[in-house]
Design a protein around this ligand. Structure first.
Ligand SMILES: O=C[C@H](O)[C@H](O)[C@H](O)COP(=O)(O)O
Length: 226
């Protein structure tokens, strides 16, 4: 089965968890898009809280009614993809630069389900470079602080994310630094160090947030708990 088919079956399985009347957090990325499509096909009476402009556009095209996070007290269920799923359902997210809105929606949610293809499930987080969202003002200086932290953790300096058209901007107008590591043996320590830097808005480590993972494999969808 291709990675895309594994993403599709995990998204379809997650869509079955949604019930009429729910407020549903709609994740971002290629896996979350499968979930959004499968959810739209069920034609349930629900409201979606998008985690990015891209997901909001997709949901609108598919006829899913949307509500802003500001306008709900809580989200019943959020379903979202990940770049890596490690021990205890620790995650790296933000490969698509949506980590901040995603984390805000996840933290407002009663239940969070992560969906992915099998290759995303790893023994140690860190092969995927960790995205760090940084305020644009003075960002090279925040980048120097991040390089100091990287050195403390024996890692190379993080790199400003660029695209063909220049520096990548998030939906919130911030920039992203990617911290390549190979392995993050103590994600909680790194998360705390990053959050302490002025100018860092947030990072892609999602620790103790996922309640369940639905992983698409060649043998079907495997359910994992922390
Ligand atoms: O910023 C993007 C998100 O965190 C995505 O959920 C993550 O990058 C996984 O994306 P995909 O399902 O496309 O691999």
């Amino acid at each position: 089965m291709s990675a895309d088919d594994q993403k599709r079956i995990s998204g379809e399985a997650a869509a079955q968890l949604v019930e009429t009347g729910m407020v549903v957090g709609l994740g971002t990325g290629s896996t979350a898009a499968w979930f959004v499509k499968a959810l739209a096909a069920r034609k349930l009476d629900i409201r979606g809280v998008p985690t990015s402009e891209a997901t909001a556009n997709l949901a609108r095209e598919l006829g899913i009614p949307l509500v802003a996070l500001d306008d709900v007290k809580s989200v019943d269920l959020t379903v979202d993809g990940a770049d890596e799923i490690g021990p205890g359902l620790s995650l790296i997210k933000g490969g698509g630069a949506a980590l901040l809105r995603e984390k805000l929606v996840w933290e407002a949610s009663k239940r969070c389900v992560v969906i992915a293809d099998a290759a995303k499930h790893v023994k140690v987080l860190g092969k995927f470079p960790l995205p760090i969202e940084v305020v644009r003002f003075g960002h090279p200086h925040t980048g120097y602080r991040l390089a100091d932290i990287a050195a403390e953790f024996d890692l190379p300096p993080p790199r400003l994310r660029m695209a063909d058209r220049g520096v990548v901007a998030t939906d919130g107008g911030n920039v992203i630094y990617d911290m390549a590591s190979g392995a993050i043996p103590d994600p909680a320590a790194l998360a705390a160090a990053l959050k302490a830097v002025t100018g860092v808005v947030d990072h892609g480590l999602f620790l103790d947030l996922a309640d369940e993972a639905l992983i698409g494999t060649d043998e079907g969808v495997v359910k994992l708990q922390p």
